[in-house]
Design a protein around this ligand. Sequence first.
Ligand code: SF4
Length: 457
Amino acid sequence: MSKPRKVHVKSFGCQMNVYDSHRMADTLAPGGFAETAEPGEADLVILNTCHIREKAVEKVYSEIGRIRVMKEAAAREGRRMLIAVAGCVAQAEGEEIVRRAGVVDLVVGSQNYHRLPGLLARAQAGEKVVDTEFPVEDKFAALAAPARDATAKRGVASFVTVQEGCDKFCTFCVVPYTRGAEVSRPVQQIVAEVEHLAVAGVREITLIGQNVNAFHGAGPDGEAWTLGRLLRRLAQVPGILRLRYTTSHPRDMGDDLIAAHAELPALMPYVHLPVQSGSDRILAAMNRKHTCTDYLAVITRLRAARADLALSSDFIVGFPGETEADFRVTLNLVEEVGFAGAFSFMYSPRPGTPAADMEQVAPEEKAERLQRLQALITRGQRAFNAGFAGRTLDVLLEKPGKLPGQLVGRSPYLQAVQVTAPRSAIGSVQRVTVIEVGSNSLFGEIADAPQLAAVGA
Ligand code: SF4
């Protein structure tokens, strides 16, 4: 029997990368690889990279430098460590990575993880391997199912990728180039994965995709299913208590998906809906294919379906050509919608995207606007959370908290909630009364003690 080997996968960026990292580890498990949190003791270190943030490529090279030191230390101990670079930077940079960092053994693009065992065997034989072709075979069908114990280790809330890639070509974004065209997984494949996760103890599923609400996977009836239809099917999977989805595009928020919010108690009343800017002029320059009025109309429809629906968004500040007047319209939009939270970033050019060649806004102007926007968003988030003081919420208890006897869970609106409860309550949904509102989480107490007793208190 071959000696067990260890793999360390470090994820950068979004949930799609976290999900991909889990699936890479699952794919390597049948070959005798066990996951380790310590890169220094690994036989294989995979850097699962992200291309979205500023200086992404440079950050990858500096991380490779850090791992190189560990590789050299392992060699001194007579161990061989292989280094692989995966994800969007691998896809974009390809051969350049092994040219610039000879210490890297394997470069694998974001569509080719299912080929990892074969690629690894070649790297082990001493070849420098680069595989960034977009394959013809179905990556998801070829990937191993999540290991049951690995799933249990990863908790009661899990991501499931249902869609990948994007055809929209926003002028600031690299996704259409690094993840390729929009592809949806077949419905039955997704249902099987969710059933498998439910059996392993997962209670909440977040469906993920770069354009998740553009989902159009083939159903068992031969028709292309919408995301709303898929959610209705997944709500029937025994053991699944909660469903979420992210990230959505305003243009793909169809009637069927909006209706699902009115129909499905398991579908949580929280939607992340990036708008990027409040100015129609900037939205057009971004090639977002929606106006501010379109965005507000979608929100009105969502709130008509589910009155308590909370929203979050993404904003880019200082996009090329953005004036103070454009920026003020964005601030107005934030006030008007009343977001529960939002991510905001200064625009920074991504090589190869159209906006990189447009006339840029001065860095100090961008920084000043970002500060103003973030102050407004934080105020809105605090006001949203403050509204929960004294209220009783359903909380899915997910894991132990920082203090002994404490568990951390999530409210329907994705707020972290700290509560005193026994470990046996992990995986259950409890009624929790909020007694204190902190800056990053809510603090509560179990409202229904007899129900908690039923889970082993
Ligand atoms: S819709 Fe999203 S993923 Fe697609 S190009 Fe625009 S920002 Fe990128």
